[in-house]
Design a protein. Structure first.
Length: 206
C-alpha cells in the first residue's frame, strides 16, 4: 500500500477519483507487481487517503488483520525514529483499533524488526545472568525455596515504578540515562550499570 496525503478542509474522495494514480504510485505499483510475479506471489495494491501516513498504515493493518507491517526506510527519519513515531501513534489509538504484531523496516543495508505495543523485552545475556545470580543468593536464604526468577524481575519492576513516583525519581532517571549511554557506546543492549569514568581531575589554576 501507499498513502495519499490529503490536506485542507476540501480534500476528500473527489480528489482521489480525479487523480486515480499519481506517477509515483504507478511506478511503485509496477515495480511491486513485477517483483511479485518474479517470485510467484500474489499482491493487492492499495492507495489509502489520509492526513497522516502512520495512521493510515496502522488502520489498514488492523482492517486487514496483518501481523507484520513492512515499511521502507524514511528519507527524513532513522529506523528507530520511524518505529518510535509509529509506536507513539499506536499508543494513541483505542485498544480495539490497534493492530497486534510487529514492524519490519527495510531498505539498502537496513533490515530491522520492532514489536508493536506491550511485549517481552529482549534481555541481554548479562541481564539473565544477573537475575540467576540474584536467585541463587536469595532462594532459601531469607526467602522460600519456591522463589522463582520471574518474581525477582517483578520486584525489580515494582521498585523502579515506586522510585519514579517518589523522592528517588531523579536518581532513578540518572541511572537510566547512564544505562542508555553505556548501551549506545558499546552497541550492546547490556543491563550493566557503570558510572562514566571522568578521569583524574585537573588541579584548579591559581
Amino acid at each position: 500500500m501507499t498513502t495519499r496525503v490529503i490536506m485542507g478542509p476540501n480534500a476528500g474522495e473527489q480528489e482521489l477519483d480525479e487523480h486515480l494514480f499519481t506517477d509515483y504510485e504507478q511506478l511503485l505499483f509496477t515495480r511491486v507487481v513485477s517483483l511479485a510475479e518474479k517470485f510467484g506471489k500474489r499482491v493487492e495494491l492499495v492507495t489509502v487517503p489520509s492526513t497522516n501516513p502512520m495512521i493510515a498504515i496502522l488502520q489498514t493493518a488492523r482492517h486487514l488483520e496483518c501481523y507484520t507491517i513492512v515499511m521502507g526506510i524514511s528519507a527524513k527519519m532513522q529506523p528507530d525514529e520511524q518505529a518510535s513515531e509509529l509506536g507513539r501513534i499506536w499508543e494513541m489509538m483505542s485498544k480495539s483499533s490497534r493492530p497486534r504484531g510487529n514492524l519490519r523496516i527495510i531498505g539498502p543495508g537496513v533490515d530491522q524488526h520492532f514489536q508493536l505495543g506491550p511485549h517481552a523485552p529482549q534481555l541481554a545475556p548479562e541481564d539473565i545472568e544477573l537475575v540467576h545470580k540474584l536467585w541463587l543468593d536469595l532462594v532459601g536464604k531469607g526467602t522460600s525455596q519456591s522463589l522463582h526468577h520471574n518474581q525477582i524481575v517483578t520486584l525489580s519492576l515494582q521498585r523502579l515504578r515506586d522510585d519514579l513516583k517518589g523522592k528517588d525519581k531523579d536518581e532513578a532517571l540518572r541511572q537510566l540515562r547512564v544505562l542508555v549511554g553505556n548501551s549506545d557506546k558499546s552497541g550492546k543492549q547490556t543491563g550493566e550499570f557503570k558510572v562514566p569514568n571522568k578521569g583524574p581531575q585537573e588541579p584548579a589554576s591559581k
